[in-house]
Ligand binder design. Structure first.
Ligand SMILES: [Zn+2]
Length: 305
């Protein structure tokens, strides 16, 4: 059967769902202007961006890899969370979610490293203190950043392994302005190791706190348990046919749960989803959840379509 795009029946499904997860990918932040670096056009300067996201790439040229991540940090710092981030932030608050999916749990599992979902949660909490209840602490995490964070700085010294959260712009003087360099104008500057970001504790070379290809994603045990218990999986801004969303969606379907895909365009295998909402997720997601988000940051909740 073809997936449904019926909002009324999706909201009925939400009302009866108890353990909800969302798996988010690059499409969630696309509306905030964050480049995806995947598929066609996934290039940075003259490099295939994916080749820079490996431990081998970093070992070969820490200077080049740091310029790539400096560029990504600066882009993320300049970006703002969009309405899809905000819809997920509101939905993660029990005071809001109870009106949409009463007595349910929710965790956002994001593959994004840009920190926009975290900033969105903080903004929503600051703007709406009335929605934050002191007794909402549960053991279940509201968000899991499975591919790490652009703003974590990891020490490369195996003895130290210090991790710090660092949003400095630029992260170090030597990288300042390198985000502006364009392939045709300038060759890649070679920054000396001692001028790259260093561990604040032991002084060793630091590296971006993101999970590179060939490295183990974070929180896998917690995620496995959430997926095993989920009765509804929202796939947001990522292909439902590529790992990890594909395997999570398949497992949720496999034990009788439902899958709803929010993506810009179709991808192969979407036909297995129960619901498919095509278009920019900053439009489709708030609408499907029944959240109308105004420009001044206020929300109203439609409990039926
Ligand atoms: Zn260190």
């Amino acid at each position: 059967m073809a997936p449904s795009k019926d909002i009324e029946s999706f909201r009925a499904l939400l009302r009866s769902s108890k353990n909800i997860i969302a798996v988010a990918g690059a499409g969630l932040s696309a509306g905030s202007g964050i480049p995806t670096f995947r598929g066609n056009g996934g290039m940075w300067r003259k490099y295939d961006a994916l080749s820079l996201a490996t431990p081998e790439g970093f070992a070969q040229s820490p200077s080049l890899v740091w310029q790539f991540y400096h560029y990504r940090r600066e882009t993320a710092l300049a970006a703002k969370p969009n309405k899809a981030h905000r819809a997920l932030s509101f939905f993660s608050l029990p005071a809001v979610r109870n009106q949409i999916a009463p007595n349910s749990t929710f965790t956002l599992i994001t593959q994004n490293v840009d920190g926009l979902s975290v900033r969105s949660d903080q903004e929503v909490a600051a703007e709406h203190p009335e929605l934050i209840h002191s007794q909402q602490a549960t053991s279940q995490p509201a968000m899991l950043e499975m591919h790490g964070r652009l703003f974590d700085l990891l020490c490369t010294d195996s003895e130290c392994q210090h991790i710090e959260f660092n949003t400095k712009s630029p992260i170090c003087e030597a990288l300042a302005g390198t985000e502006e360099l364009i392939e045709n104008k300038v060759t890649d500057p070679n920054i000396e190791l001692e001028d790259l970001p260093r561990c604040s504790k032991c002084g060793a070379l630091g590296r971006p706190g993101v999970v590179w290809f060939g490295e183990q994603p974070h929180h896998l045990n917690v995620i496995d348990e959430l997926v095993a218990n989920a009765d509804l999986c929202l796939v947001v801004g990522t292909s439902s046919t590529v790992y990890p969303a594909a395997s999570y969606a398949q497992e949720v379907k496999g034990h009788g749960g439902k899958v709803a895909v929010f993506n810009l365009e179709r991808s192969k295998g979407d036909s297995k989803a129960d619901y498919l909402f095509l278009g920019p997720c900053e439009e489709t997601l708030p609408k499907a959840l029944g959240l109308s988000l105004s420009a001044d940051g206020n929300i109203s909740i439609e409990t039926s379509a």
